[in-house]
Design a protein around this ligand. Structure first.
Ligand SMILES: [Ca+2]
Length: 217
């Protein structure tokens, strides 16, 4: 796994993060309420919300299909207004999608650190490449964010996992094939049973990996 986001835990102040100029809702580093480590990013919602993100990070384009996990932790004080949480995911083709969590959604929580998973929004945009994530200020609500993370499956991860499943299928297949691998200690019937089990495990593992890649779990 490869982490795409730099300084997602805000332990190095706001380095690697950008804010627009001017920014009516500037973000600062807070030491009083970290999710992990010693700091989080804080937005006091001092001015009316901009129709643009006020904190964002850009990175080398990563295909949605290669993303293993994506999300962040938020802590909102109170919770007035209809939109609890809004972020912007920008793609390399110039399009962008808002990931919005409404305040009346059962998964929206106030006054406690809560994880927001970006994966459902990302997998709804197959074939695109993510290049930036950004945060809108919460409406009339002070908010903290911490542990912003996007992980990508490394080539080695994917290669060895698929090789392992393929190996099981090949060996299992040879055990089933007449004149193939014969486990003399096991006997004919047990060799065939072990062969079938190997092939089934190999195929099931391969398919499950594919589904998990798409769903992002
Ligand atoms: Ca932190």
């Amino acid at each position: 796994m490869i982490e795409i986001i730099e300084n997602g835990g805000f332990e190095k102040q706001l380095s690697s993060w950008s804010q627009p100029t001017p920014n009516p809702n500037p973000w600062t580093i807070e030491l009083s309420n970290p999710h992990t480590g010693s700091s989080s990013a804080f937005n006091p919602a001092t001015d009316s919300a901009l129709a643009a993100t006020t904190l964002f990070q850009s990175f080398v384009a990563v295909p949605v299909e290669e993303i293993k996990s994506a999300g962040f932790w938020y802590f909102h004080h109170g919770g007035s207004g209809t939109v609890g949480l809004a972020t912007l995911l920008t793609f390399s083709d110039g399009t962008a999608v808002q990931d919005t969590l409404f305040a009346d959604d059962p998964s929206y929580k106030g006054d406690q650190w809560t994880f927001r998973n970006w994966m459902p929004t990302l997998i709804a945009n197959p074939g695109k490449k993510l290049i930036s994530v950004g945060f809108f200020p919460a409406l009339q609500t002070r908010q903290y964010i911490d542990d912003v993370s996007i992980t990508k499956r490394s080539f080695v991860d994917r290669f060895y996992r698929e090789l392992a499943w393929a190996w099981l299928i090949i060996i299992g297949g040879l055990m089933i094939t007449p004149g193939g691998i014969e486990c003399i200690a096991c006997g004919f019937v047990l060799t065939k049973i072990l062969g079938v089990i190997s092939v089934v495990i190999g195929i099931t593992g391969f398919v499950r990996d594919r589904i998990q890649t798409v769903v992002g779990r």
